[in-house]
Design a protein around this ligand. Structure first.
Ligand code: OMP
Length: 233
């Protein structure tokens, strides 16, 4: 069973390291997203890796194939364990992203590459209105997952609601990394397609991503362990 991925959505190195200190050197799988990376850059990734944690660098690249390929080659050199792109960039862009990772990892370890399907903050009605799509959200997510699979990536980011259908449309080892995780009674906030850790597990998620339910908890260490237990049972 994978470790829950903790979203380190902080604005500074100081806040991030103070948060990590509470985990008493337990090895974690953490996610660094735009907020923290734009503030602190690659130096902080190095510091987190030096503490022995696995790092998902979530920059959601979405650009022309050549640009994404070259960006991915640079990200591969940073030593992170997982990176992502938007599937909406297309199969050619995703294949180029993978090629960039292969080029950048020539001497070492290659990060896993996953693609965002429909953001977990998007409802079906919003997707249909904002993207002028006339299909159910599940169909769009499974379509993006199939095209991600065809491009040779390791998996997708989706909500736990779609995880089972994606497993059936691809392969059981195709990653289904699911944010939008909310323990019972925790506010959804801006998320729209949510599930509890236990529901996510039952519905075919291979990984869960959890931010505010841990980072804003009065006791983050115990919130993390509670989620870990719920996810692993
Ligand atoms: O790529 C992501 O990680 C991501 C994709 C997505 O569809 N939805 C989503 O919430 N995320 C990220 O997952 C984290 C969820 O945080 P919380 O809503 O605080 O648990 C945030 O860091 C988001 O940037």
């Amino acid at each position: 069973m994978s470790k829950p991925i903790i979203a380190l959505d902080f604005s500074s190195r100081q806040d991030t390291l103070a948060f990590l200190e509470q985990f008493n050197q337990e090895k974690l799988f953490v996610k660094v997203g735009m907020e923290l990376f734009y503030a602190e850059g690659a130096g902080l990734i190095e510091a987190i890796k030096a503490q022995g944690h696995d790092v998902f660098l979530d920059l959601k690249c979405h650009d022309i194939p050549n640009t994404v390929q070259r960006a991915m080659a640079n990200l591969a050199r940073s030593g992170v364990d997982m990176v992502n792109v938007h599937a909406a960039g297309g199969q050619r862009m995703m294949a180029a992203a993978k090629e960039g990772l292969i080029q950048g990892s020539a001497a070492g370890h290659q990060p896993q590459l996953i693609a965002v399907t429909q953001l977990t903050s998007t409802s079906e009605a919003e997707m249909q209105r904002d993207q002028l799509l006339r299909v159910p959200l599940l169909e769009s997510v499974v379509h993006y997952a199939s095209s991600t699979f065809a491009a040779g990536l390791d998996g997708v980011v989706c909500s736990a609601h779609e995880a089972r259908a994606i497993g059936e449309a691809t392969k059981s080892n195709f990653l289904r990394v699911t944010p939008g995780i909310r323990p019972a009674h925790f506010a959804a906030g801006d998320q729209r397609r949510i599930m509890t850790p236990q529901q996510a597990r039952a519905n075919g998620s291979t990984h869960i991503v959890v931010g505010r339910p841990i980072t804003t908890a009065p006791d983050p260490l115990s919130a993390y362990h509670q989620i870990l237990t719920e996810w692993s049972v």
